[in-house]
Design a protein around this ligand. Structure first.
Ligand SMILES: [Mg+2]
Length: 386
């Protein structure tokens, strides 16, 4: 049973330290915004987090699963903050995946996906719409930009498309022909081409009374079709967006950059969704703990072997822990909690080797009423007087 904590108000100190031991990740929808408007507590919360010069007391990064679709334009409401600060969208960690940047990639989604792909570093981008126009004569690895033989194609799924059947059909065509949709299917294909998927949310809250299908639902369709056609499971090279580790690794990298590359000890992750924000933060906390244990035993081995203590650079980079804070202003309602698996995509469960979601991982470190209470709690926990 969860209990709403009501931390006493806390006043931030007046002097801003040159580097912080604390970093904060804020979810956007349901935490700072609801529908199209800013949650009142969000203004107060952000004010409390700032010094007299309007600078954040701690490194702050906004992490949202919104991606290429118009949803994320709502974030413009906080533009005076969000424009200045760093925002991690579900596809942002693709920046790090440089091995794919020179590959010919098929992109699926809506909105300016080509521009987004280019901005992330991808050089050879083909959209499903372009493929559709050129089908059936097209060979996506041929045409005017025939790549060298070492360049292999990949598929990037940014978000839910407008015409699902077109994208489902053409993506399956590309998968089953290894990037040559003009050819007949090769069901003996030994290796599947790499698929990178962003944002696995099954449902999302719009203006309609009930949640709408999200990209996770599209992935679910693609997975079932692929399994039906091949008898095999669709494998993902990476799944991005909360709760995936990539997103938290990327977000921590940004926090550290804001912190003059100094290591943080605690990351607070504030969100309204148990299955993305809380599960993701707890999974990352588990990863950090394992990482530190591994590093400790490695250090010991090295130390035993050489009789000298070897500083481990890697260990310095990662935070010690990630604490999850659940707020009650969005998807989570303490009075009528959704079944825990309501918003679990098969993708996510697949990613975890078919394990059922562990109850521990959807249990927040703290639960508070709203983001202002979350900020009070952080300030109280990090106050040197406690
Ligand atoms: Mg949210």
């Amino acid at each position: 049973t969860r209990r709403i904590e009501t931390p006493p108000g806390s006043t931030p100190s007046s002097s801003t330290p040159p580097s912080s031991t604390v970093g904060v990740l804020f979810d956007v929808d349901g935490v700072l915004l609801r529908g199209g408007s800013v949650i009142p507590a969000a203004r107060r919360a952000l004010r409390k987090l700032m010094d007299q010069n309007q600078n954040f007391l701690f490194p702050v990064v906004f992490v949202t699963n919104a991606g290429s679709c118009p949803r994320h334009h709502k974030a413009q409401q906080l533009s005076h903050l969000l424009d200045v600060q760093q925002v991690v969208l579900s596809h942002s960690p693709l920046h790090m995946m440089e091995t794919f940047h020179n590959k010919c990639v098929l992109v699926s989604g809506q909105g300016p996906v080509t521009q987004i792909a280019h901005s992330l570093g991808f050089q050879k981008v083909v959209t499903v719409e372009e493929l559709s126009e050129q089908h059936p004569l097209l060979d996506m690895v041929d045409h005017s930009r025939r790549p060298t033989s070492t360049v292999s194609p990949a598929i990037i799924l940014f978000g839910e498309p407008i015409r699902w059947e077109t994208n489902l059909q053409l993506i399956v065509d590309v998968l089953l022909t290894n990037g040559r949709p003009g050819c007949v299917y090769d069901t003996r294909l030994s290796a599947q081409m790499p698929v990178l998927a962003c944002n696995m949310d099954l449902l999302w809250m719009a203006e309609a009374p009930s949640p709408r299908f999200g990209h996770g639902m599209f992935l679910l369709c693609l997975e079932s079709i692929y399994r039906k056609m091949t008898g095999r499971r669709l494998e993902y090279e990476a799944v991005l967006g909360k709760p995936s580790l990539f997103t938290y690794q990327y977000a921590e990298q940004l926090l550290r950059q804001q912190n003059q590359n100094h290591k943080l000890s605690t990351i607070y992750a504030v969100g309204d969704n148990l299955m993305t924000d809380i599960y993701g933060a707890n999974l990352y906390n588990r990863y950090l703990a394992k990482h530190h244990t591994d590093m400790m035993s490695d250090t010991k081995l090295v130390a035993q072997g050489t009789d000298t203590l070897v500083p481990v650079v890697e260990e310095l980079a990662f935070a010690a822990q990630c604490r999850s804070i659940l707020v009650c202003t969005g998807v989570y309602n303490p009075h009528s909690p959704l079944p825990v698996d309501q918003n679990v995509s098969e993708t996510m469960v697949h990613g975890e080797n078919d394990l059922k979601v562990e109850p521990d991982l959807v249990e927040p470190s703290h639960m508070v009423e709203d983001v202002e209470a979350a900020v009070d709690l952080m300030l109280q926990q990090e106050s040197p007087n406690t």
